[in-house]
Design a binder for this molecule. Structure first.
Ligand code: ZN
Length: 247
């Protein structure tokens, strides 16, 4: 079984549709690690496509802020503004869908998914120190996480946590990580809608764990198309500009 691993789509339907077009026929089932909304101009379109895919989906911090489960005033001013913008436009049925999303970790087949860290859905796993707890206490040997918008991952080598370089360097569009049996992996597919690792291309992964392999992908999409809609929607300028830089 091949799984399409989606994360941090952030209401960017242009990037999401491109990913689905490019991967047509390459996977059997989809999972989504949260943050369907926030930042981008297309919250309803993104939620509806995730629902159509029947993806195993968990909630992210932006999903929680939009539904009112957490207070968006804790966000920085531009993220806060995007939450309020999203609340005004989200359809009731889509809001209800977000409200019902479970908290990670959730098990999907032989792997698990979390938004942030294994022990705290809102924590950021940027480096080996933060990855250690999750690797040692992981519910399954392979855990996919999101939240940082940085494609990559971590594994244990002896007593150390090793950082994995999985990102396909431009112009390559994919790299394959071969997994060793009996090892623990924390893997981040990267963000579809707002990459922050200085690569503007939409990031995702395709996992084929029966064959011990995870492909990390980057695909270019029409950034200006989504930026134009963000401008028309009156979303904050820093959110529009950062898509041009992938950070
Ligand atoms: Zn996010």
């Amino acid at each position: 079984m091949r799984y399409l691993i989606l994360s941090d789509i952030h209401a960017n339907i242009t990037a999401f549709n491109t990913v689905l077009d490019v991967t047509r026929g390459k996977w059997d089932k989809a999972v989504c690690l949260g943050d369907l909304v926030g930042y981008g101009p297309d919250p309803n379109e993104v939620i509806e496509r995730v629902r159509e895919l029947d993806a195993v989906t968990i909630r992210g911090n932006h999903d929680k802020a939009v539904t009112g489960l957490t207070n968006p005033e804790e966000f920085n001013p531009v993220a806060h503004a995007a939450v309020l913008w999203t609340r005004e436009r989200i359809q009731p049925g889509n809001l209800e869908y977000l409200e019902k999303l479970p908290k990670g970790p959730v098990r999907a087949s032989t792997f698990s998914i979390v938004h942030g860290a294994v022990y705290d859905e809102d924590e950021y796993v940027f480096g080996p120190e933060q990855a250690a707890d999750g690797l040692l206490g992981a519910p399954t040997p392979v855990v996919f996480f999101g939240h940082t918008h940085i494609q990559g991952g971590f594994t244990l080598r002896g007593h150390d946590v090793a950082t994995l370089q999985t990102r396909p360097v431009f112009p390559n569009e994919s790299t394959t990580l071969k997994l060793a049996r009996g090892m623990a992996y924390l893997l981040n597919p990267g963000s579809i809608g707002q990459p922050r690792d200085r690569d503007t291309r939409a990031a995702f992964a395709i996992a084929d764990l029966e064959n011990d392999s995870v492909e990390f992908w980057r695909v270019p999409y029409d950034v200006q198309d989504v930026q134009k809609r963000m401008m028309e929607a009156g979303l904050p300028e820093p959110l529009i500009l950062r898509l041009s830089f992938g950070r």
